[in-house]
Design a protein around this ligand. Structure first.
Ligand SMILES: *[C@@H]1O[C@H](CO)[C@@H](O)[C@H](O)[C@H]1NC(C)=O
Ligand SMILES: *[C@@H]1O[C@H](CO)[C@@H](O)[C@H](O)[C@H]1NC(C)=O
Ligand SMILES: *[C@@H]1O[C@H](CO)[C@@H](O)[C@H](O)[C@H]1NC(C)=O
Ligand SMILES: *[C@@H]1O[C@H](CO)[C@@H](O)[C@H](O)[C@H]1NC(C)=O
Length: 372
């Protein structure tokens, strides 16, 4: 009796010890924090706190976002963004909290912080049509504030280790520098006359080099940088230019491709010049183009028409809001609104970034970057 109880106790403790080890191991391999920078593709609510014309905290945005019970959160989609999905898959226990949210204080920042802002770009002037937005210069300033908060929360040496080894810095930016700056007919006509595409892209790359280097100076080491997607194929551009279903606007796509080539070189340069850094290039252009071209293969019924929006044959002029029309099957559309992918599309894109091969994410995928 006595001895069998002892055996049972022993077995139980072995199980418990093993379980604890497993849980600890799980903690160790999981991502600590996800720091998210960029534009509306990954904004999780910062613009809710700005006086701006670029807002997504209005229904039916967020209708499929489980964590809010289908209420709008400021995400420019029906559900999760790529940033949300990547965080979930790599093992952070909560979504990165928007920097401007009043509760982005204390321990709530340990899973990461989101600085992205709808309308924001690499260049300061980008997005001024929206009156307010947070550009990359200021997003990095904000991370500098967060960085000091980590020192207070964890102590300087643990904080440094956590930021360097257990954190991923993702940056999704550049589309607005074209769509809401260089290509804007009225606001930038001066810039377009005086600045060639080459000079404009040069300007973007030089600013971006500076912004990424500043993040490195603040101990960021693991980076993933998205290139600019096929912005000539979004419902907004297709409607504006009255294109057919399977056509895309040439100039925006050409500008994106030109920038993307330079971005790839920039990341190679930074990988060489900044010791201990890993810059991963996410080929969002190729991924989104693949979805748009072969939408049927991925279970979509359209890649030209926005699910939520109004105006023209692709519902591409008026942004998604309470008065727009909404499609009946949200998972059948590649595009949620005139600019942004649906959650169904984001899930496919995120999966390829996490576990995909070097044709889409190089020199390693995000799971490898986490464990690197
Ligand atoms: C795992 O990490 C969480 C915080 O992220 C902590 O609360 C928990 O105690 C950790 N578990 C183990 C077994 O270390
Ligand atoms: C912060 O507040 C928002 C909105 O009130 C809430 O949805 C979210 O869960 C809170 N996050 C944390 C980490 O407290
Ligand atoms: C961009 O604007 C911010 C303030 O909004 C300023 O601190 C920063 O220096 C500007 N950057 C450039 C390159 O002009
Ligand atoms: C961070 O802020 C400090 C001032 O608190 C400043 O001296 C430093 O240059 C900033 N770092 C970066 C990379 O912006």
């Amino acid at each position: 009796m006595e001895s069998s109880r002892r055996v049972a106790y022993l077995v139980l403790s072995i199980i418990l010890v093993n379980w604890t080890c497993l849980a600890k191991a799980a903690n160790n391999t999981g991502l600590g924090a996800s720091f998210i920078f960029g534009d509306s593709l990954v904004d999780a609510g910062n613009n809710n706190y700005l006086q701006t014309l670029s807002k997504a905290n209005i229904a039916p945005n967020g209708i499929d976002f489980k964590a809010s019970g289908g209420n709008p959160t400021g995400r420019y989609s029906n559900g999760r963004t790529i940033g949300d999905i990547v965080g979930e898959e790599l093992g952070t226990s909560n979504y990165a909290i928007p920097f401007l949210a009043p509760n982005a204080t204390g321990k709530s920042i340990l899973n990461g912080v989101n600085y992205a802002s709808g309308g924001g770009g690499i260049l300061n002037a980008t997005g001024r049509i929206f009156v307010n937005r947070i550009g990359m210069d200021v997003q990095v300033d904000y991370f500098n504030i967060t960085r000091k908060q980590f020192d207070k929360l964890l102590g300087p040496s643990k904080a440094k280790e956590y930021i360097m080894k257990k954190s991923i810095f993702s940056v999704t930016v550049g589309a607005n520098d074209f769509l809401n700056n260089y290509l804007l007919p009225v606001l930038s006509i001066g810039a377009r006359i005086s600045e060639s595409p080459d000079a404009f892209v040069d300007d973007m790359i030089n600013h971006f080099r500076n912004q990424l280097t500043r993040l490195y100076q603040l101990d960021a080491r693991k980076f993933v940088i998205g290139n600019v997607g096929p912005i000539g194929c979004i419902p907004y551009q297709k409607t504006l230019n009255q294109l057919k279903q399977d056509q895309c606007v040439d100039l925006p796509n050409k500008l994106a491709a030109q920038y993307n080539g330079r971005l790839k070189d920039l990341l190679a340069e930074l990988n060489d010049n900044l010791p201990g850094s890993t810059f991963v290039y996410a080929n969002v252009y190729a991924l989104v183009m693949e979805l748009i071209t072969n939408y049927k293969k991925y279970g979509f019924t359209t890649s030209s028409k926005a699910c939520c929006g109004n105006g023209g044959q692709f519902a591409g002029i008026i942004p998604c809001g309470p008065t727009s029309s909404m499609c009946s099957d949200r998972s059948a559309h590649v595009f949620w609104d005139p600019y942004h992918p649906s959650e169904a599309a984001n899930l496919i894109l995120a999966k390829k970034l996490i576990d995909g091969d070097t044709s889409h994410i190089s020199p390693m995928n995000l799971r490898q970057l986490r464990d690197h």
